[in-house]
Design a protein. Structure first.
Length: 227
């Protein structure tokens, strides 16, 4: 092979390598700063999202603005991801291990829920209906017939009306027959802790793609899960 041909092949290879490095850097930067793929686990947002749906979240909105009414947000739960009798196990393990690192009390994965009330809104529930600032809230745009007008408070929740403090939101999931949203959260001392601080909100839902179960018999293992 002539020297000129070798030089031409090397130049071609270096150009491809340079393009590949640039593309990889662009993908890394976009994924780290702008958009990331996640997979939804559980049916908490049914019918807006289903179990195993792939979605994209965008990471820049809440760096420059506050969450809005009806936004679908991704956040760290304000209390450990346990409820009902698991709280007793949580307290017992704290006592036994003299530590707050008990696995029973771990935060678990990120949550994905809908913002229903923003700072200074007044929240109330009556006859399974939802009120925002004492006005009946029409949620038919995103709730299916099974869930619309069926938002109940858990039996242990004695507070029937909440006022959202500054820099917080109150969230519900679209599958109202489920649990583990602002109606249910409480501390280990059973004190109601229904609000999500802005500082715990990470990203905003951007786009839903599909669920792999639509196309394959076997479900793929999820890579980044949202509850």
């Amino acid at each position: 092979m002539k020297k000129k041909e070798k030089s031409s092949i090397l130049k071609w290879f270096l150009e491809i390598l340079q393009d590949a490095i640039i593309i990889i850097w662009i993908v890394v930067l976009v994924r780290y700063f702008l958009f990331s793929p996640f997979q939804v686990s559980w049916s908490s947002m049914k019918d807006t999202m289903h179990n195993w749906d792939y979605i994209f979240v965008e990471k820049i909105s809440y760096k420059f603005s506050e969450p809005n009414f009806w936004d679908t947000i991704i956040f760290t739960p304000p209390v450990p991801r346990v409820h009902h009798l698991k709280w007793l196990r949580c307290v017992i393990e704290h006592f036994n291990e003299l530590s707050l690192d008990s696995k029973v009390c771990e935060y678990g994965n990120k949550y994905i829920k809908r913002v229903i009330w923003i700072p200074w809104d007044v929240i109330s529930f009556k006859d399974w209906w939802v009120y925002r600032n004492w006005e009946l809230l029409d949620e038919s745009a995103y709730l299916n017939e099974t869930n619309n007008w069926k938002t109940y408070l858990p039996a242990f929740q004695k507070i029937k009306e909440f006022k959202v403090p500054e820099n917080h939101v109150f969230v519900l999931w679209d599958n109202r027959n489920g649990s583990s949203d602002s109606r249910y959260w409480k501390t280990a001392e059973w004190e109601s802790k229904p609000f999500v601080e802005y500082s715990k909100i990470d990203w905003k839902f951007f786009l839903k793609l599909f669920a792999p179960s639509y196309f394959f018999w076997e479900k793929e293992e999820p890579f980044l899960i949202l509850k």
